[in-house]
Design a protein around this ligand. Structure first.
Ligand SMILES: Nc1ncnc2c1ncn2[C@@H]1O[C@H](COP(=O)(O)OP(=O)(O)OP(=O)(O)O)[C@@H](O)[C@H]1O
Length: 274
């Protein structure tokens, strides 16, 4: 939406990565009660076929959690399981102490879980403003207040509120989708591969936005294919393999872990050009 200097965005993202690395802690136990937790989730799409095979993930207040792993590991499926979109055969999803396993999306949104899917995440024929309104269809009375919050975070959305979402670029649509999910004032936001399909500069821009959202007090669980950037900017991450949380730690720990490197060297090397 704005004229971007690629070098500036890249430098800013690198700076952000360094800043987050310095601030993060390995053990989140002093960060209060867990906001969202999956406990040993088992489930899948088809009868008798499990994609998740015991997946446990925790997010503490204010944390930015990354989920990385090879193709088909079940990363997107975990988010869908949390958001009531697949059958959970065993295990639980807990939101601030409440069991929300299997609740449908409309219920989850009112309880403070927001989700930005990877594809088809805006209504192309509607304007930016109408897209944001759609995010609040269950609570239209707080529109003015939330519109103010979202457009303070992302001023471009306010400036171009009357523009149809269908005319926006991929990165801009991603911003609208995030803005829409923020309208209901979520305490945790689930992001499914927000950088997918974007150029390196737009990817960095998107990561900056995720950081801004997180800084505004929203816990974030982000599935990412750009493993290197994800590990750089998240507080902690989980490496999924065959539907299980195989490794966890801070981004820095995971980047140095030989087993993680072995499993992801290809991905990390491919990202180096970025
Ligand atoms: N709607 C569906 N119906 C049946 N199987 C599905 C469906 N969506 C995904 N799967 C299967 O679930 C498995 C995990 O998919 P998922 O999308 O969670 O992987 P991922 O880790 O996010 O990887 P990717 O980066 O490739 O998206 C894959 O084997 C996939 O084929």
């Amino acid at each position: 939406m704005s004229d971007i200097d690629p070098n500036e965005v890249n430098a800013e993202t690198n700076e952000l990565a360094a800043e987050r690395a310095a601030a993060r802690t390995a053990a989140p136990t002093d960060r209060g009660d867990v906001v969202l937790k999956t406990e040993n989730l088992v489930g899948g799409y088809l009868p008798g076929v499990n994609i998740l095979n015991g997946c446990t993930i925790e997010a503490y207040p204010g944390e930015l959690i990354g989920i990385i792993g090879p193709n088909g590991a079940g990363k997107s499926t975990v988010l869908k399981a949390i958001f009531g979109q697949i059958k959970i055969r065993s295990g639980r999803v807990i939101l601030k102490g409440e069991d929300i396993t299997g609740l449908k999306a409309n219920k989850l949104v009112t309880k403070g879980v927001g989700m930005v899917p990877q594809n088809n995440n805006v209504f192309p024929s509607l304007t930016i403003e109408e897209n944001l309104e759609m995010g609040l269809f269950q609570k239209p009375s707080i529109f003015a207040e939330r519109f103010e919050f979202v457009t303070t975070l992302f001023p471009e959305l306010g400036k171009r509120r009357k523009q149809r979402a269908g005319s926006l670029s991929g990165g801009e649509r991603q911003m609208v989708a995030m803005g829409r999910a923020l309208m209901m004032e979520p305490s945790v936001l689930l992001l499914d591969e927000p950088s997918a399909g974007l150029s390196p500069v737009r990817q960095d821009e998107t990561f900056m936005r995720v950081h801004q959202i997180n800084r505004a007090g929203v816990s974030v669980i982000m599935v990412e294919q750009n493993a290197r950037r994800c590990l750089q900017i998240c507080d902690r991450a989980y490496v999924l393999d065959q539907g299980r949380d195989a490794y966890t730690g801070t981004g820095r720990e995971l980047m140095k872990d030989p087993k993680v490197i072995e499993l992801y060297l290809g991905t990390l090397a491919a990202d180096q050009g970025h």
